[in-house]
Design a protein around this ligand. Structure first.
Ligand code: FAD
Ligand code: MLT
Ligand code: ZN
Length: 475
């Protein structure tokens, strides 16, 4: 559980003293946690692969409190680890050593919602699923959705620039986030919490913080554009005989469903086996080498169902799909989505997980999975591929009974070099965090990496915000 396998040395930050604790207690009375039992969960990441040893967890409720905390930490040279729902996949959310954990869990208030524009303004610690319910009651939806919705915070989503299951239709948070409030490393509050659709006044500073994984500032509030709630949602779950057929099914769906296509996800047969084995989910169609989940979201139930039925007829008749099922009622829609959304959970129950999240040209999306099965042989328990095919995003996961240096050496840098050769991205949506900070160079040129380091130095000259994360250590 310790980061021993990652060579990293503690930087010369101060250590939290009794005086620091007293200062924190003055800023957020009763919300300074030092009980080791309560600290345990915040020191360990979701994948249970990393463990920090922070001695203090701070739970502010307001931006002003975050500002005072950072002002103190900056003055005292104390390192700070911002934490949302702690569902991140790359170890960015947990301390590496004894960084102060600053949690947004109590910053969970909706500030405003406009039911004409669909613009929601809320604190960073609002749980995504709770926001979903809030806006759905007002006939809107959140522009993003992910399997971690029950725990992740909107601030964490923005900090990681999470992609997820609605990206195909509603795009990136870089488009839907309209404004942010951020507390900078020295405690300055940067208020860019506008709710304008168009604003070309100077540089778009909020973009710096979207996807910056807590290394440039702490996001305290978010203004986000919510699309209207679709009146009709249909889901089809299909079995395909090969990956070529998966791709052709995707082309068919794009061509025939047009603007109502809202998700195109895929998983292979090993994923299906794992959700069956570990979560007891039942495969609703005939066993196949690949499965795809197609979702439509539109405004006319009859019209949308007819369009999807036409697609199904076509792909079944042409042999692109060997079996399929369709759902319109919410219970079955959720049941079909669970097969795809819960793969992460099933994998985590299978053993140690080596996780890769890559962007590739869609035609080559599955090649690496096949290649790795041969390369790793029986050393791996499972090599699986699933993900957001519609966005060219493969989740390649390898499980083993336990962590193995030999497997790691077989996987890295091989996977990264392979991806770079295809001009892909070594992190499509999870970020770099602690585990992947040293592979940034596979996807970005040295000039870009240097500029990122300069920006970090400008915004956080003492390097107190989420040290050891996102950027490779400077030579
Ligand atoms: P955390 O895990 O707490 O933090 C993540 C990073 O953001 C850390 O570096 C942290 O320091 C920083 N951070 C957190 N809050 C703030 C803040 N307020 N200000 C500044 N920095 C902050 N990701 C996808 O992109 N797509 C998916 O489909 C997807 N599905 C997932 C499914 C499951 C089951 C799980 C467990 C994870 C999934 N993820 C997915 C990973 C994803 O990154 C997170 O779920 C989510 O975006 C992180 O939010 P969080 O609140 O848990 O942040
Ligand atoms: C997903 O799409 O399921 C998430 O990104 C999590 C994962 O990669 O396992
Ligand atoms: Zn994903």
């Amino acid at each position: 559980l310790t980061p021993e396998r990652y060579p990293v040395q503690r930087l010369p930050f101060s250590t939290v003293s009794e005086e620091d604790l007293a200062a924190f207690e003055r800023i957020i009375p009763g919300r300074v946690i030092t009980d080791p039992e309560q600290l345990e969960a915040c020191n360990v990441d979701w994948l249970r692969a990393l463990r920090g040893c922070s001695k203090v967890l701070l739970r502010p409720q307001t931006s002003e409190e975050v500002s005072q905390i950072l002002r103190h930490c900056h003055k005292r040279n104390l390192a700070v680890n911002p934490q949302g729902g702690n569902t991140g996949m790359v170890g960015g959310s947990v301390p590496v050593f004894d960084e102060v954990i600053l949690s947004t869990a109590l910053m969970n208030q909706v500030i405003s919602f406009h039911d004409v524009s669909g613009i929601l303004v809320c604190q960073a610690g609002c749980v995504l699923e709770e926001l979903s319910h809030y806006v759905q009651e007002r006939d809107f939806i959140m522009p993003l959705d992910l399997g971690a919705k029950g725990s992740c915070h909107i601030g964490g989503n923005v900090a990681t620039n999470a992609g997820g299951l609605r990206f195909l239709r509603y795009g990136s948070l870089r488009g839907t986030v309209l404004g942010l409030e951020v507390v900078l490393a020295d405690g300055t509050i940067l208020n860019c919490l506008t709710s304008l659709r168009k604003d070309n006044t100077g540089y778009d500073l909020k973009q710096l913080f979207i996807g910056s994984e807590g290394t440039l500032g702490i996001i305290t509030a978010v203004s986000i554009l919510c699309p209207p709630r679709p009146k009709a949602v249909n889901v089809a779950f299909l079995g395909c005989p090969g990956f070529t057929e998966v791709l052709q099914t995707f082309s068919t769906c794009k061509g025939m469903l047009g603007e109502i296509l809202s998700a195109f996800e895929f998983m292979d047969s090993e994923c299906m086996q794992l959700v069956g084995q570990h979560l007891h989910l039942t495969n609703p169609v005939q066993e196949s080498p690949f499965y795809v989940l197609v979702e439509t979201s539109g405004s006319c139930a009859g019209h949308d169902a007819e369009k999807l039925t036409n697609v199904l007829e076509k792909v079944l008749n042409s042999g692109l799909v060997s079996d399929g099922t369709m759902a319109t009622d919410q219970r079955k829609v959720q049941m079909l989505w669970a097969l795809r959304e819960r793969i992460t959970e099933a994998l985590s129950r299978d053993g140690y997980v080596f996780k890769y999240d890559i962007s590739l040209p869609v035609e080559r999306l599955y090649d690496l999975v096949i290649d790795l099965r041969t390369r790793l042989g029986p050393r791996a328990k499972h090599v699986v591929g699933y993900g957001h095919l519609g966005d060219g995003n493969l989740h390649l996961n390898v499980t083993a009974e336990a962590f193995s240096q030999e497997l790691l050496t077989a996987l890295e840098p091989y996977v990264y070099a392979w991806t770079a050769e295809q001009r892909g991205s070594v992190s499509a949506e999870h970020g770099l965090g602690f585990k992947k900070k040293n592979v940034l160079g596979y996807s970005k040129p040295p000039v870009a990496v240097k500029l990122m380091q300069q920006l970090k130095a400008l915004l956080d000259p003492k390097g107190i915000l989420n040290p050891y994360k996102t950027l490779p250590a400077q030579a």
